[in-house]
Structure formats: structure tokens, C-alpha cells
Design a protein around this ligand. Structure first.
Ligand code: SF4
Length: 91
């Protein structure tokens, strides 16, 4: 094996190793930014569309800064135009 081949092989292994380390980190960060609380969504019949003119953006429980809801721990994907059976008018 020539020195050129050894160098190329070493570079390939370095880049491959870095990619293997980076992939789980990218995957975990993607999961963290798109968290939903499936159990509460199911229990309260959450939907991503308004119902009878009621929607999350007009609900007292909606947390627009975090895209959350006080009744949905850890859920950061509550849509302003979503709705669930716990809707309460914002005062
Ligand atoms: S209680 Fe229901 S309707 Fe109100 S903000 Fe939360 S998910 Fe939306």
C-alpha cells in the first residue's frame, strides 16, 4: 500500500467516524424540537383543525411562546388552529 493510499484511507475513516457520531446527535435534537404528548392528545381528542369556531389560539390554556398547552406536559407542537375537548375561552 502506498503512502497516498494510507493517507486517503485514514481521512476516510476520520470523516466516517465523525459522521457516525453526528447522526445520533442530529436525530436526538430533531426529536427534542418536535415533542408531542400522545397520551393527553388521545385522552382530550386533540385535533389540528378548529371546531365550531373554537381553536387553541382563543383558549386560556394555550402557550403560544412555547407552542404548548398547560394541559399537555412536554408537548411543543400545539397548533394555534388546533382544538381539543378541554377548550376554555381566553379572558
Ligand atoms: S386545552 Fe385544548 S384547545 Fe385549549 S390550548 Fe390546550 S390543546 Fe388547545
Amino acid at each position: 500500500m502506498t503512502d497516498l493510499n494510507k493517507s486517503t484511507r485514514r481521512q476516510f475513516l476520520k470523516v466516517g467516524g465523525a459522521a457516525l457520531v453526528a447522526l445520533p446527535i442530529i436525530g436526538m435534537s430533531g426529536t427534542a424540537t418536535a415533542a408531542t404528548n400522545a397520551a393527553v392528545r388521545a385522552a382530550l381528542q386533540y385535533q389540528t383543525t378548529p371546531k365550531d369556531g373554537k381553536q387553541c389560539s382563543t383558549c386560556a390554556n394555550f402557550q403560544p411562546a412555547t407552542k404548548g398547552c398547560t394541559l399537555y406536559p412536554g408537548d411543543t407542537e400545539i397548533a394555534p388552529e388546533g382544538y381539543c375537548s378541554a377548550w376554555v375561552i381566553k379572558k
